[in-house]
Design a protein around this ligand. Structure first.
Ligand SMILES: Nc1ncnc2c1ncn2[C@@H]1O[C@H](COP(=O)(O)OP(=O)(O)OP(=O)(O)O)[C@@H](O)[C@H]1O
Length: 303
């Protein structure tokens, strides 16, 4: 099974045209983003990766309209909210309800509308606690969900997540990813900034930044296996495993940019090189690999 089988509509909700962001620093001007051309479609999951300092957070802030640009055009047709790394830096209320109301007040949501919206947003974000729960009683994962609920409560359906899993444990990470996947299923547009390669499996597209420029745009399969691994490429799915073998010889875009591919991708590529598995779709998740191995028609030594 592919990780990204869910179709998304092709209505463009974000367009960056020639965006450059530069800051005045002590010894002159520092250009952090250079000539960025980027679109985001409604309902899409766009992952943004890059090394430290490559400009990911700045790009996220431009998308959320909290960072001005020095040059270029930003077109965004609806509210965008950010979900940050550190929930404590984002939470201002003493209770869940108070925190949700704070954001809604800033967006002029009528008082009478707030309880309904708060309850709905908390449920969508998977925050299943009474709304009068003190924030200090929430776990790290629940605080993240509160930040997500705050974003949803102000009627934003474009959520920009800036390394949301970087400060939480693996099980909390899994839950946040699942919440994002649920939201995407319900039509939310997700921009997911991360340095964790295994999280790219859930994206429709990956944008890789290097020194403030876009160094790669394509599917997660292309990112990890090379362009010919994309089943929609002209060679077609039937030839995809051959293409994967061809690509296996050279570095993938992921490797060329200095990242280690997720373990499952490394194993899949080795199995393909050894001729153990003919995968016709890029393997992105452990369950995809297990299925590809189970589905092979002939297993050496088991004829
Ligand atoms: N307001 C600012 N003034 C000057 N330099 C800045 C400013 N904001 C960001 N930078 C610099 O721009 C570069 C890119 O920063 P940014 O936070 O966008 O990168 P990043 O890819 O998100 O990095 P990380 O993964 O470390 O968070 C960094 O070198 C940073 O120091």
């Amino acid at each position: 099974m592919q990780a990204t089988t869910q179709p998304y509509t092709r209505d463009r909700v974000v367009e960056l045209d020639g965006v450059t962001v530069a800051f005045h620093v002590q010894d002159g001007i520092r250009t952090v983003l250079r000539d960025i051309q980027l679109t985001v479609d409604a309902g899409e999951w766009l992952a943004v990766v890059g090394k430290n300092g490559s400009g990911k957070t700045t790009l996220a802030r431009v998308l959320a309209r909290v960072s001005p640009v020095s040059k270029g055009r930003v077109s965004i047709d609806r509210p965008v909210q950010m979900v940050f790394q550190n929930p404590d830096a984002q939470i201002v209320g003493e209770t869940v309800f108070e925190d949700l109301c704070f954001g809604m007040e800033n967006f002029d949501v009528p008082q009478t509308e707030m309880p309904r919206r708060a309850a709905q947003a908390a449920a969508l974000a998977g925050l299943h606690v009474p709304l009068d729960t003190p924030v200090e009683q929430l776990s790290g994962g629940q605080k993240q969900r509160l930040c997500i609920a705050s974003a949803i409560a102000v009627a934003s359906d474009i959520l920009v997540w800036d390394e949301p899993t970087s400060m939480i444990d693996p099980s909390g990470r899994r839950q946040i990813l699942d919440t994002a996947r649920d939201l995407r299923q319900q039509g939310f547009t997700i921009v997911w900034v991360t340095q964790r390669m295994e999280e790219l499996a859930y994206a429709d597209r990956v944008v890789a930044l290097s020194e403030g420029r876009i160094a790669f745009v394509g599917s997660p399969g292309e990112f990890f296996y090379g362009p010919a691994a994309d089943p929609t490429a002209p060679t077609g799915p039937a030839n995809a495993h051959t293409a994967s073998e061809e690509n296996a010889a050279g570095p993938s875009p992921c490797e060329a940019l200095g990242f280690d591919a997720p373990y499952v991708v490394q194993v899949a590529r080795r199995l393909a090189e050894a001729g153990v598995v003919d995968f016709r779709q890029p393997i992105l998740l452990p369950e995809d690999l297990v299925r590809a191995v189970m589905d092979r028609e002939v297993v050496d030594g088991c004829r």
